[in-house]
Design a protein around this ligand. Structure first.
Ligand code: MN
Length: 211
């Protein structure tokens, strides 16, 4: 089946005041939609058009040379954004707070504390030059913070994405994710984003990545 744009799991104003409604509408309805449309166009008429987008980005080497670049950018963009929407929730209604259970244990083991983790994650977000993502991944049974350029995903593997692992949390640091409200103040966007992180979704992804 061709890729389809998944609906946002909440109204576009649900993440206010941290992420504004107009940003969500454009980000989802225009940017994510363009990745879906262009990804489908790139894969049309190939066997890959019917494949699971996650399987496609895990094995980009299998694609014909002329499809690899478009798939990396657009199927990557689709996978990244599909995950991103589910990793947020309305503040105080599933969004914000702190991780619990096994994920909290893994974060504390790797970084010392939740605050130390947030500091390191924010530094990775600030340090990503240009467009990209910051991730918390499970790699070799441990959690790590990594960052990728453009629409690369750690699932693409080290040779392509420069890092590896299974994402359990991801933050879009493209300007389109924050410019309307925060302009050039990426650190303010990252600081506000903690108020809408859906830690139960991250815990679910962590359980899947460690079982
Ligand atoms: Mn984006």
């Amino acid at each position: 089946m061709p890729m389809t744009l998944p609906p946002l799991p909440y109204p576009s104003n649900a993440l206010e005041p941290h992420i504004d409604s107009q940003t969500m509408e454009i980000h989802h309805g225009k940017h994510h939609n363009a990745y879906v449309t262009n990804g489908n166009k790139a894969l049309e008429g190939t066997a890959f058009a019917e494949k699971d987008p996650v399987d496609i980005i895990k094995n980009l080497a299998a694609l014909p040379d002329d499809k690899r670049g478009p798939a990396r950018n657009n199927v990557g963009g689709h996978v990244n954004h599909s995950m991103f929407w589910t990793l947020m929730a309305a503040p105080g209604k599933g969004g914000g707070g702190a991780p619990t259970g096994a994920l909290a244990g893994a974060i504390n083991a790797a970084f010392g504390s939740f605050d130390a983790f947030k500091e390191k994650f924010a530094a990775a977000a600030a340090g990503r030059f240009g467009s990209g993502w910051v991730w918390l991944v499970v790699n070799g049974g441990k959690v790590e913070i990594v960052s990728t350029a453009n629409q690369d995903n750690p699932l693409m593997g080290k040779a392509i994405a420069g890092c590896e692992g299974t994402p359990v949390l991801g933050l879009d640091v493209w300007e389109h994710a924050y410019y309307l409200k925060y302009q050039n103040r990426r650190p303010d966007y990252v600081g506000a984003w903690w108020n809408v992180v859906n830690w139960s979704k991250a815990a679910e992804l962590f359980a899947g990545a460690t079982k």
